[in-house]
Design a protein around this ligand. Structure first.
Ligand code: SAH
Length: 217
């Protein structure tokens, strides 16, 4: 356990702070969440490395630095209602649970949703709500959201995310082709008004669904 805490501190210092992530709440959250619990046991020893890791079903847990950048980009203060698309391992959802008030997370693969539920409960993150669904429609019943974080690469921004964003809220989403994307931040500044920023290049697994990529392509 102690070894993992040391590895976690090094991860935050060397991979996250050193590269310019400053939000203290994000750094604290990453020091707290036991990332090794969110990967398969055989990969535990690699959990704090500077890389994404496989989590089964051809999906990955994002690189720690990318989790930090996306979390910081949402500029959460603690009182927000947040939607994540792509629960995967549940790691990013756990980080969001420490940064915001309410977290809703959508996953399309049953085995991953099940495992994430178990791990999140085991780590004390039962307040994260997970739903098995095609997340390209967002989560209409729970909208509006103060922040929406998409952790899979989209061919374009699904309209439902823009509609489900509260005014003043922001959407962080990788947009591009199937293998590489640009991380975008879109802030809703009025009923019909949005501001768009490009944050950095990135590589995510594809967002698959009705308003995403086709599964077979
Ligand atoms: N945030 C995750 C990493 C996610 S990898 C973590 O912290 O581990 C991307 C995830 O998005 C995969 O689990 C994939 O199954 C899921 N996904 C892809 N398309 C989706 C969709 N349309 N709706 C919901 N989840 C989707």
């Amino acid at each position: 356990m102690r070894d993992f805490a040391i590895a976690r501190r090094r991860m935050v210092e060397e991979q996250v702070s050193a590269r310019g992530v400053k939000d203290k709440r994000v750094l604290d959250a990453m020091l707290k969440v036991p990332r090794h619990k969110f990967v398969e046991e055989a990969l535990e020893g690699k959990a704090y490395q500077d890389a994404p890791l496989p989590i089964g079903e051809k999906q990955t847990i994002s690189q720690p630095y990318m989790v930090a950048v996306m979390s910081e980009a949402l500029a959460l203060k603690g009182s927000e209602k947040v939607l994540e698309v792509g629960t995967g391992s549940g790691y990013q959802a756990a980080i969001l649970a420490l940064l915001a008030d309410r977290v809703f997370s959508l996953e399309r693969i049953p085995a991953l949703a099940r495992r994430a539920r178990k791990v999140l409960d085991g780590c004390g993150f039962s307040k994260v709500n997970i739903r098995l669904a095609d997340g390209t429609h967002g989560w209409q019943d729970m909208a509006p959201f103060d922040a929406i974080l998409v952790t899979a690469g989209a061919p374009e921004v699904p309209r439902d995310y823009l509609d489900q964003l509260a005014i003043g809220g922001c959407l962080v989403i990788p947009v591009g082709d199937r293998s590489s994307q640009v991380l975008m931040r879109i802030t809703r500044i009025g009923e019909q008004e949005y501001r768009e920023e490009q944050l950095m290049g990135c590589r995510f697994v594809p967002l698959i669904g009705n308003h995403g990529w086709h599964e077979s392509a």
